[in-house]
Ligand binder design. Structure first.
Ligand code: SF4
Length: 132
């Protein structure tokens, strides 16, 4: 796998949880639409397997993690792999500003779910522009 020293935006896996889907969508929106020249993503599972090439590349780049629940799987595992976590985004911090709304399901977000995705992606974009 060829990687650069772009900022790594790494969401948790969060399969089966709506906030996990929010985390993945926000990370993808950032690296594909908002900051493709400055950021890229890396599969969390690949990081967790401890691949030496991934570990080496992670050490050269700042990482922004996006986690769907307080277990903070992305942040913890990126740190364990030697990555420098420059910011850890918690989906729950953003959704608490949207009390009473329905965000969709683990497989499909509602309009309010996408609103949260956009807020989080904008925050990640701001952070990337501060550091890259
Ligand atoms: S942080 Fe929570 S939602 Fe995300 S992978 Fe871990 S347990 Fe699942």
């Amino acid at each position: 796998m060829q990687m650069s020293n772009k900022v790594k935006v790494i969401p948790c896996s969060g399969i089966g949880k709506v906030f996990g889907l929010v985390a993945r969508e926000a990370a993808l929106k950032t690296v594909v639409e908002l900051c493709p020249e400055k950021a890229e993503t890396v599969c969390l599972a690949y990081i967790v397997t401890g691949d030496e090439e991934v570990k080496a590349k992670m050490k050269d780049s700042g990482c922004i993690t996006v986690d769907g629940c307080p277990k903070m799987c992305a942040s913890k595992n990126v740190s364990l792999a030697g990555g420098i976590v420059v910011d850890e985004i918690k989906v729950l911090d953003t959704v608490k500003d949207h009390k009473g709304k329905k965000f969709g399901s683990p497989t499909e977000l509602s309009d309010d779910g996408y609103l949260v995705v956009e807020e989080i992606a904008a925050r990640i974009e701001t952070r990337i522009n501060e550091i890259a």
